[in-house]
Design a binder for this molecule. Sequence first.
Ligand SMILES: Cc1cc2nc3c(=O)[nH]c(=O)nc-3n(C[C@H](O)[C@H](O)[C@H](O)COP(=O)(O)OP(=O)(O)OC[C@H]3O[C@@H](n4cnc5c(N)ncnc54)[C@H](O)[C@@H]3O)c2cc1C
Length: 247
Amino acid sequence: MAEWLEGKVVENIHWTDSLFTLKIEADIAPFEAGQFASLALMIDGERVARPYSFLSSPGADLLEFFFYTTETGVLSNALYAVNPGDTVLVKNPANGFFTLDEVPASKDLWMLGTGTGIAPFLSILNTDRPWETYENLVLVQGVRRLEDFKYQEMIAGIQEKYGERFRFQGFVSREQIEGTIQGRIPASIEDGSLENAVNLELSVLDSQVMLCGNPDMVKDAVDHLKTRGFKKNRRKSPGHINTENYW
Ligand SMILES: Cc1cc2nc3c(=O)[nH]c(=O)nc-3n(C[C@H](O)[C@H](O)[C@H](O)COP(=O)(O)OP(=O)(O)OC[C@H]3O[C@@H](n4cnc5c(N)ncnc54)[C@H](O)[C@@H]3O)c2cc1C
C-alpha cells in the first residue's frame, strides 16, 4: 500500500530563478534508477502532489530531484521556496517504468532529454547496470540557454570514468554556443547532425533510445525515429524506444 512519508529538506540549491535542486532525507523503500516519486506539500489545506524523477541513484544517502519552476506552476514554485529543515511529503514506494528493465540490451544506448528531463538518465548512468549492458552511452540534453546546463561536473565525472564509451551532446535553442548544437533535438535526428556530432550512428540494429521531458520533443523525435524503422518497446514485442513525458 502506498503511503505518504515526511521527508526532511536537507538542501535547496537555487541554480537560477527557475532551476533548482532539492536534497531530501526520507526513509523510502528501494527504487530503480529511472523511476519517479510523487512529492507533495500542503498548500491552503490541501495536499498538492506531482511526480518527479529521481536524479540520485538507488542507495544514495539523500534523495535528489532537479526542478524547473513553470510560470504559474503551483507545486514547483512552492517547492522552490522550501528551506532546509522543512517537510516535503514523499510517496512510498516509488513508481515508474522508465527503467533499464524495460530496455532491451544492445550495443548503444541513447538518452535524449530536455531540461530537467536529464534527471532519470543521471540516476541510471551513476549505476553499474548500463555500463554492464551497453558498449556506448550517449547523453543528450536540450536547453534554452547556456545557463540552463547544470550537473556539468557530474557529467564530466562520468566522462572521466568511462572515457570513449560515454558521449555528452548539449543543444541550446536560443543561443549559439561553441561545442553545442543550436536548435532542437528532433531536427538533428532528421538531418543527421546529432549522429555527426557524436560520431555514432542511430540504427535499429544497434541502438536503444530513451526520451524524456518536453512532450513535443519526445513526439517529434519519435516520429523521426519511426521513419527510420524504430519502434516503441513493448513487453511482448521488443523495439527500440522508451519515453517519459513530463506533461
Ligand atoms: C513521470 C514524471 C516525472 C517528472 N519529473 C520531473 C522532474 O524531475 N523535474 C521537473 O521539473 N518536472 C518533472 N515533472 C513535471 C512535474 O510533475 C510537474 O508537472 C511540474 O513540476 C509542474 O507542476 P506545477 O504544480 O508547478 O505546475 P502546474 O500548475 O501543474 O502546471 C503544469 C504545466 O507546467 C508545464 N510543465 C510541467 N513540467 C514542466 C517542465 N519540467 N518544464 C517545463 N514546463 C513544464 C506544462 O505546461 C504543464 O501543463 C515530471 C512529470 C512526470 C509525469
